[in-house]
Ligand binder design. Structure first.
Ligand code: ATP
Ligand code: MG
Length: 216
């Protein structure tokens, strides 16, 4: 039996992953929401969890510091996925990658005129390929959070961000004008670990797969 390390991030990814862990007979020994521990043991002596930033999950798995991880498609698209395998869409942490503008901004006419848009986002790669596919010229402005502020202070004409209910957009007098793609979290695996630790990982994959919500 091999030891398995699973990389997770605090918050919704951790919460939404608990049922999958449970299905695989894994119960975390601490709640990362209240514990300051970065390495969390489980009821299974061969399985431990490491708590990292959402954007760092692919990096830990890529280098084999974690064998498995759970990461949003948004994060995976921005990461160079060398050495990463994505065996399962867990259909959790679902939201949409959207283009949004201020309520008083006429996006359709800007697109029609071929205006050069200033776009603020954390998701530079995703935004670049979206607007390139539309044949639009954009200046991308990299931000690390609170994208909604950018159009309000005239840093940008538009933002590319994750939207679930739209209430944050609404509260800031913004609205979505285009959906780029639906987003959900994926189980990711280190390619070498998948081969070398197959006898331990395979049953985990099967348990996770069986626990994917059917009509999420
Ligand atoms: P941090 O908050 O540490 O800066 P983060 O914003 O990437 O990092 P979370 O907000 O926990 O961390 O988001 C983790 C993942 O959850 C995202 O990568 C995305 O896939 C998904 N997610 C983000 N926002 C939503 C949302 N509103 N609804 C559903 N899923 C979301
Ligand atoms: Mg966040």
């Amino acid at each position: 039996m091999s030891d398995i390390t699973i990389a997770l991030s605090k918050g919704r990814i951790f919460e939404d992953t608990i049922p999958f862990l449970q299905a695989a007979g894994i119960i975390p020994s601490d709640d990362p929401g209240s514990s300051r521990k970065l390495i969390i043991g489980t009821n299974r002596p061969d399985v431990r969890l490491v708590m990292v930033r959402a954007t760092d999950v692919p990096t830990y798995v890529q280098y084999g510091a974690a064998d498995l991880g759970v990461a949003g498609k948004d994060v995976l698209l921005e990461h160079d996925g060398i050495g990463l395998y994505q065996p399962l869409d867990l259909k959790i942490a679902r939201c949409r990658m959207m283009v949004a503008v201020r309520d008083d901004y006429d996006y359709a006419s800007a697109v029609f005129r071929g205006a050069r848009l200033r776009v603020a986002t954390k998701y530079v790669k995703t935004a670049r390929s979206h607007f390139a596919a539309k044949g639009m010229h954009v200046d991308l402005i990299k931000l690390y959070g609170s994208m909604e502020l950018a159009p309000l202070v005239d840093l940008a004409d538009a933002i590319v961000d994750l939207v679930s209910t739209g209430s944050t957009l609404k509260a800031n007098h913004l609205h979505a004008v285009e959906e780029i793609m639906p987003i959900s979290a994926r189980l990711i695996a280190n390619q070498a670990a998948l081969k070398l630790k197959n006898t331990t990982i395979q049953p985990l994959l099967e348990a996770f797969s069986a626990a994917i919500p059917e009509n999420p």
